[in-house]
Design a protein around this ligand. Structure first.
Ligand SMILES: [Zn+2]
Length: 297
């Protein structure tokens, strides 16, 4: 079995990932109105529950009986009638092969929407020192920009953990001529679309500006929820479980609960950057305070 020793998320991703024995496709396409949303999966792996905060022995025994849980690293491509819109870029290792599978060259990406600036979401933004997407406008949540460029926060961060800040600043600098900062709406607020059919919604906690994107086209909706979850097998039945690289775990838990309640109530399908293949599906209420995730077929 191929061993993928992977360190993600600012080097804080504490697990080493082992490729799943079952090789799954890395692209999956789902229609939304007159658009399509495609999963661009970079890796699928079993992850170590050591990254979880608040998962009891009982929870782990029930939902991670073999001592692991399934995890993936995804980006998504929304193709509208006239635009190619990328949501995050993974580490950038397999992104361009996945785009090629869909017949989309990097030059043909018109827009990149960023949920947050962890390394496994902006890793594909640069090729060496150059823009990987030379013709793209980049949309970044203002509070996310404020966090990663704040000199005081950087100074307070131990030097060996500043790599993520440097990466984020490199991306911001490289795209500064095409960078659009926006303030996300609050969940349920009347839509102030960033672009027609795309609303940014605050889901702060995982990072201080972590943002999810509600896509609406021809009355069909889908929520691209970034890192609202990392461990579907555990955080669906137990949304109160956080992860060690949540900057503010309590806020991350609150955002997860609110958004789960919202998408379940309005039957809005979801797509997530760490949801295992096919990376998208429907949320249903389960017993107690938890949820079930029904992946698309
Ligand atoms: Zn993250």
């Amino acid at each position: 079995m191929k061993r993928l020793a992977t360190k993600l998320c600012l080097g804080l991703w504490l697990l080493s990932a082992v490729a799943s024995a079952q090789e799954l496709p890395s692209v999956f396409t789902y229609p939304i109105g007159n658009c399509t949303l495609s999963l661009l999966c970079e890796s699928q792996q079993k992850a170590n529950p050591g990254i979880l905060i608040g998962a009891s022995e009982e929870i782990l025994k029930t939902y991670a009986p073999d001592g692991t849980f399934p995890n993936a690293m995804n980006a998504f491509l929304l193709q509208t009638p006239d635009k190619n819109i990328l949501f995050d870029t993974g580490m950038g290792r397999k992104l361009f092969d996945n785009l090629a599978t869909l017949g989309v060259a990097a030059e043909k990406i018109d827009i990149v929407m960023i949920t947050h600036m962890h390394g496994d979401h902006i890793g594909g933004m640069l090729k060496g020192d150059d823009k990987a997407f030379p013709n793209a406008d980049v949309y970044l949540p203002q509070p996310e920009y404020d966090y990663w460029t704040n000199p005081e926060i950087i100074a307070q961060t131990p030097e060996n953990r500043r790599g993520g800040f440097h990466n984020a600043i490199r991306v911001i600098e490289s795209y500064k001529d095409r960078l659009h900062l926006f303030v996300p709406d609050r969940l349920g607020e009347k839509a102030q679309p960033i672009l027609p059919g795309i609303q940014g919604i605050a889901a702060y906690g995982h990072t201080p500006g972590h943002t999810v994107f509600l896509v609406e086209t021809e009355k069909r909706k889908l929520l691209i929820w970034g890192d609202l979850t990392h461990a579907m097998a555990i955080q669906m039945p137990h949304p109160e479980v956080a992860v060690t690289y949540d900057v503010h775990p309590e806020d991350a838990i609150r955002a997860r609960r609110e958004i789960l309640e919202y998408v379940e109530k309005y039957r809005i399908p979801v797509a997530g950057m760490h949801i295992p293949f096919p990376g998208m599906g429907q949320i249903k209420k389960a017993e107690g305070t938890g949820y079930n995730f029904i992946p698309f077929q």
